[in-house]
Design a protein around this ligand. Structure first.
Ligand code: GDP
Length: 503
């Protein structure tokens, strides 16, 4: 890292990019990650790679010949749409969307694309397997354009690099492109801050205890500090880098392994560091007190619950679905998973769903068997199957909207300032005013607002402009009006016409 700047406080330094590789299964994500690891990782002093962390760091010369670091999240390919990848996109600064030049765009390519777009990070398309005789780069780029992924030269500016993850052809150019995109993204961090970042992986070692791979996104991690991730913490006694070598300190964007956590930290959660165990406890307290309202499943004061039975093709997906669903919240309605499992939707699932009213059965990349389908029809239990996670959340959002208790709310259609009071007789007042916003119409119900507080209600009986009766007056214009209200309206009051809507 740029150690020359270390002595200067509060100075931000260029931060190496953290890269996530995404794409459809079998399009070559693991092959690409393996190739880059094998050809670019600088082995540590410990003598080569002794452990496989879920992230690694490489050094690549940029186009000016300067050595630059790049960190890769090394998540296994079969976890393509697992929780780690969903979270991975958030840790990462840049995504590589791997698309096979043989097969073109597939379901998970699009799913990966939605995840990338959602996390709002820049991405590079890597068209892979170009060494294969049936590879067709042009066709793939056209297909990408059809899906609104406009690459350079094909109607847009998304960088696109043809590669062979197997032979390495084009991989140096892909690495160049990563550095270029990183430069544009202007990734910065401060060496003088205590380290913070994300937990990439955690596991229990029977001999050494709980260890975790952390990716530092800012600051410096030193021995003697205390790492806090959620309600788990670990005193930093030893830091090992991604090659297994023991190091004294580490900075962004390095992956490191720390052992000795008090409990297993959640993968994908963020971590902070404290200078001592005592201040670590303060961080944990803050974390715990902020915990309560996050999960919709823990919201008890909501009025309506939507019970869900979820079946998915693999375990990792269930976790990913739950995580996505956790983002769907509503103040009056929540969902609750009453049962979940792996495999097709069976009669048993429908039976479980029939136990509580209003249950919905959701399937992800699974089928519903015939008996289950007819039972669901008989019991009128909705069963929906999906191939894209985000369609599930869209669907649940729609259901929540439909099922949320309806409320009558008053929606203001304008704002009027009262400039003059002409006369008062019983409940009827003749006034002059100006439309500041929106409009006012004869027959409108109104709120009377004085110093931002509603003081009464009324109704517009008549409107006049230049002494001519009119049905409505638009923004910016002055008018005379007769208003019915028990409240005496004064100069300077604001009148807000409103309509009642059911939401
Ligand atoms: P993942 O599921 O996306 O991680 O895909 P893998 O990396 O496991 O690759 C799937 C298959 O495609 C493996 O058999 C790889 O050897 C093969 N493969 C990946 N990249 C290339 C490539 O560039 N050229 C060729 N010929 N085969 C490749």
């Amino acid at each position: 890292m740029a150690s020359t700047q270390k002595e200067q406080p509060n100075i931000t330094t260029e931060r190496p990019p953290i890269i996530v590789v995404m794409g459809h299964i079998d399009h070559g994500k693991s092959t690409l990650l393996d190739y880059i690891r094998k050809t670019n990782v600088v082995a540590g002093e410990a003598g080569g790679i002794t452990q496989h962390l879920s992230a690694y760091e490489v050094v690549h010369k940029d186009q000016k010949g300067v050595n630059k670091h790049i960190t890769f999240l090394d998540t296994p390919g079969h976890e393509a749409f697992s929780a780690m990848r969903a979270r991975g996109a958030k840790v990462a600064d840049i995504a590589i969307l791997v698309v096979s030049a043989e097969d073109g765009i597939k379901a998970q390519t699009l799913e990966a694309l939605s995840a990338i777009k959602e996390s709002k990070i820049p991405f590079i398309v890597a068209i892979n397997k170009i060494d294969k005789p049936s590879a067709n780069i042009e066709k793939t780029r056209n297909e990408l354009a059809e899906k609104e992924i406009y690459t350079e030269g094909y109607g847009g500016d998304i960088p696109c690099v043809p590669i062979s993850a197997k032979t390495g052809l084009g991989v140096p150019e892909l690495l160049d492109m990563m550095l270029l995109v990183a430069e544009i993204a202007e990734l910065k961090a401060n060496l003088n801050l205590p380290a913070e970042g994300v937990v990439a992986e955690a596991h229990v070692d029977p001999k050494r205890g709980i260890s975790a791979t952390l990716i530092i996104t800012n600051g410096t991690l030193k021995k003697g500090m205390c790492v806090v991730a959620g309600d788990a913490y670990a005193p930093v006694r030893a830091i090992s880098d991604h090659t297994g070598a023991l190091i004294e300190e580490a900075t962004f964007s390095s992956p490191v392994r720390i052992t000795g956590f008090s409990k297993i930290p959640a993968v994908g959660s963020s971590f902070k560091t404290a200078s001592s165990a005592k201040s670590a406890r303060v961080l944990i307290d803050v974390h715990c007190s902020s915990l309560a309202p996050v999960s919709p499943n823990t919201v008890v004061q909501t009025d309506v619950v939507i019970p869900l039975v979820i079946k998915a093709d693999v375990l990792g997906t269930l976790e990913a679905i739950e995580k996505e669903l956790a983002k769907v919240t509503h103040e009056k309605i929540c969902w609750k998973i009453i049962q979940q499992g792996v495999g097709d939707i069976t009669e048993n699932d429908i039976k479980s769903a029939s136990g509580s009213p209003d249950t919905i059965v959701l399937g992800f990349r699974v089928r519903i068997d015939d008996n289950a389908a007819s039972l669901a029809e008989k019991l009128k239990i909705p069963v929906e199957t999906f191939a894209i996670i985000y369609n599930i959340t869209d669907y649940i959002e729609k259901v929540i909207k439909e099922r949320a208790p309806k409320e009558r709310v008053e929606e203001s259609t304008g704002k009027i300032k009262i400039l003059r009071v002409f006369s008062k007789a019983k409940d009827k007042q003749v006034l002059g005013g100006k439309v500041l916003e929106g409009m006012i119409a004869t027959g409108s119900s109104i709120k009377i607002v004085r110093r931002d507080t509603e003081i009464g209600k009324g109704k517009v009986l008549e409107l006049q402009q230049q002494k001519i009766k009119t049905n409505e007056v638009k923004e910016g214009l002055e008018f005379g009006t007769m208003i019915e209200s028990k409240m005496e309206i004064a100069v300077g009051d604001v009148i807000e016409p409103f309509i009642s809507v059911i939401r």
